[in-house]
Design a protein. Structure first.
Length: 205
């Protein structure tokens, strides 16, 4: 196992490298090139990845708890089962990425690009998703309890069976979104322009 814990790897080039289960705990990887790298199972707890290039990277089951990723490019990255709880993902490009069953609880995704991302059964409880672009994204069964989705774009998104209890969707765009069997409660704030059909397809708990 490669150990880079707490190292200063500013602008390092790891493009396409095999870094499975590598230790990057607390490492400075800001502006590093990790595109198409294999980081499956890697330890990236509290790593600095601001502005890093992670396009097409494999981060399956990687631990990115508390990591700083603002401005990073994770387009088409594989983050299935990854732990991103408490991570700073503001302004990140996650277009087309695979985040199925990923843990994003309490993370900051403000203004992030998640167009056509796969967030099936992802954990997003208490996450900041204000201003996020989730057009065409798949959030089936996702846990969004207490999440901030103010001003988010969910055009054409699949939010069926999602948990929206206590979520704030003020000014969110739900045009053509699928909300079938999504759950909500008295603490959920739904946008004023939600259609009657969408509301009827949801389940109040």
């Amino acid at each position: 196992m490669k150990n880079y814990a707490n190292a200063d790897l500013l602008r390092a080039n790891f493009k396409g490298e095999s870094l499975r289960e590598a230790n990057f705990n607390g490492t400075n990887l800001s502006e590093a090139d990790l595109s198409e790298a294999n980081l499956a199972g890697a330890d990236l707890i509290e790593a600095d990845l601001k502005g890093a290039n992670l396009k097409g990277a494999i981060l399956y089951k990687a631990n990115l708890e508390g990591a700083a990723l603002s401005g990073a490019d994770l387009e088409r990255a594989n983050l299935r089962w990854a732990n991103l709880s408490g991570a700073n993902l503001s302004g990140v490009n996650l277009e087309g990425s695979d985040l199925e069953e990923a843990n994003l609880e309490g993370s900051d995704l403000e203004e992030a690009n998640l167009i056509e991302a796969d967030l099936n059964w992802a954990k997003l409880g208490g996450a900041n998703l204000s201003g996020v672009n989730l057009e065409g994204a798949i959030l089936k069964g996702a846990d969004l309890e207490g999440a901030n989705l103010t001003g988010a774009s969910l055009k054409g998104a699949d939010i069926s069976e999602a948990n929206l209890k206590g979520a704030d969707l003020t000014r969110a765009d739900l045009d053509c979104a699928n909300l079938n069997s999504a759950t909500y409660d008295d603490f959920t704030i739904l946008p004023k322009n939600i259609s009657s059909g969408q509301l009827q397809s949801m389940t109040k708990v």
